[in-house]
Design a protein around this ligand. Sequence first.
Ligand code: SF4
Ligand code: SF4
Length: 217
Amino acid sequence: MKVQYKPKRNLLETIFQVEILQGMALTLRKMFSPPVTRQYPDEKPPMYPGFRGQHALVRDPVTNDSKCIGCMRCATVCPSRCIQIRYHDDERGKRFVDQYAIDVLRCVFCGYCVEVCPVGAVTMTEVFEYANYDRAAIHYDKGALLENWDNFIAQTGYDETYVNPFWRPRGIPASLLPASQRMNVPDDWTIKGQFVGTKVRQTQESDGSTHAEESNV
Ligand code: SF4
Ligand code: SF4
């Protein structure tokens, strides 16, 4: 390998210390150029598509409770085993979820719980500021998860049809996605236009073909 040495300074450069002057000129220039750093926390960064933030249980506006039907899919698929669900079935076999908890400190944010949920009951919001000194405060029970949802929609203006664009993986036919809501996100999705007010319902015809209907929500 050929080693290149810095050329020697000439007499004038040595007398006037031009590197120091160049350095000072650079400092002076930067003092009057716009800052490149973000003034956090006054200035928050925008969240990008697919950001997996704080968990929440989506509140059903009709029942004012969680949409969760206690199918246990999220707890089964969770690789960290950090979702705990308690439920009971009534005499007619209808299931009621008594407790739903996520120990976020064990969560690896894979998003499988959101992806597998058939009714869009659990979601990962765009909230990223939830660090806490108290471990117990990040062990979310059902009430805390519903509160996370309330705070998220109050901040963003979304409603229960919110779907993180991450949950619509490219290249997978919509019919294979577990919830029809996941077809709501258009291809030209942008951060500003995250929510699109259409719902697509797919029905299976008797001849085996599928039929899609769009409706505004
Ligand atoms: S994001 Fe992954 S690790 Fe975290 S609760 Fe959901 S399934 Fe479990
Ligand atoms: S997958 Fe959805 S409906 Fe089923 S238990 Fe989990 S949150 Fe509830």
